[in-house]
Design a protein around this ligand. Sequence first.
Ligand code: SF4
Length: 381
Amino acid sequence: MSKKKLGLYIHIPFCARKCPYCDFYSICDLSLTSRYLTALTKQMEEYGRAMGGYEADTVYFGGGTPSLLTKGQWKELLEALHKNFSICETAEITVEANPASANLRLLKYLRKAGINRLSLGVQSFDDAELAAIGRLHSAADARNTLKDAKKAGFGNISIDLMYGLPGQTVADFARSLDEAVSLDIKHLSSYGLKVEPATPFGKMGESLVLPDEDTWCAMYELLVETCDKAGLLQYEISNFARPGFESRHNLKYWTLAEYLGLGPAAHSYLGGRRFAFARDLNIYCRAFEGGDDTGLLSEDYEAPASGAVADYIMLSLRLKSGLSTADFTRRFRKSFEELEGGRLDRYVAAGLMTHEDGRYAFTTKGFCVSNAVLAELIDLE
Ligand code: SF4
């Protein structure tokens, strides 16, 4: 009997320094790395045993900063991965790397060890912008890491680029974007800076001067247009790829496929259940050191295998291909048109959405204001 497919996410919760805008769970005390990797190996043993009916066809090492791990630590981690999980021969295996810590020696090792996709956190090719968002690397570091990644044999490279940065103009963003698409990359993820209340940026209030909404939308429209011209086709609100190089792992999140996340703050959707581990390295390590697992799960609830209606609407409308009304009916045994009751017509009339061939999808203009539209839609259930 063929095994069920699984996306496997492994969190590496360490950073050399915390960026002031970042809300991901990571800590800067690198002396805890060894303790963490031991606990992670234990979790792999425990969960690997329970996952015998699955085969991972995507693996994603995210962070934090996975490129902070040494070659020796990667060796142990990858051995534990292959010992405890069945990994498909054609699996997409991604490592996130930071230009401040990735080096040629490590990249060569990772490529040789079977990592076949690299996601590089460039964010900007402007040193002043990088300094303004507290990044530890320069634009030159990013260019060098990219060269090293190619030298190491990575053919499938993705770049992360941010827009809507403090003091950034559309012309500034255009320069970084033009450089990014000229670099023979296969994939680009580009997110606008979102200020999270609990971060240092979130606490700056009005002293943090960011581009206004119109400038933000102009940057987004430029992003879509530039990527399209460069042959990086949009497949999700913030993601662009050469055909065949879409992130197979991230597509699992957006299409409600099953995934298991290991490590603190990692989320899972498995066997009709959604659960997440606490954002706390101590709680996590204690639980897998054979001690107390109090507080290990920060959420844990049953979710229908077809997905909840609100999740399905939110996630499918992030995709450029949009929401298929036939697929909606098949999953939920009700009509999407009846549910939305004609509400979407005004978005279609305003040019924010299209309704063609049984699919609703946002236009570029619509993606700019999609949060407001989605807020109305998720109440439909
Ligand atoms: S390097 Fe990445 S994960 Fe670490 S603090 Fe900065 S943005 Fe967050």
